[in-house]
Design a protein around this ligand. Sequence first.
Ligand SMILES: [Zn+2]
Length: 210
Amino acid sequence: MSGQVLVEAADAPMEKHAHAVFDLDGDASDAAPMQMRFVDQRTFGGLYLDELTVAHGREVPSTIAHIAPDPLEDAFDAEAVARLMRRKDVAVKRMLLDQGVVSGIGNIYADEALWRSGVHGRRLGSKVTKRQLVDLLTAAQDVMREALAQGGTSFDALYVNVNGASGYFDRSLDAYGQQGKPCRRCGTLIVREQFMNRSSHLCPRCQRRR
Ligand SMILES: [Zn+2]
């Protein structure tokens, strides 16, 4: 998504790049009036009304019905996703980044989750045990929860929290961007490889390709 959605007091100064402003009905009559504002400096964002539909066991806007639940959604079922991944001769990391399998996992979270669970991202889903895949998906959940608690990562300059400030999650990364540094688990140097036109960061000892 481009831009930010802010919820602020109606009398707060208007942002220069506010493109849409909604007055919110408060549930308490004595509460100060609030507004939801869509602010986008780069004007790549959009806002539109959509029908709701049921997909993957939850109600979502119909234009995103093809997108699988992300690991922090109630509808996310690690066992079911692991079963799906086991049926495919596709690299595990590719599936982690595939929104039709699981959404919301970017390159940084994928590398961190793979490192935590000791899985090499190039291994095929069909060659990894279901237990390992569940561990991997659980690790992705943990990484995302920790990142959220800390405000996200600051690697991507466009990734800012709702207040427009970069996060501090990068301080606690174990694999991503750590090439040349010792693995915190075994001391082997973390390496960077090319994968799907991006970089993968991993420990060659903890994450064997086999
Ligand atoms: Zn290691």
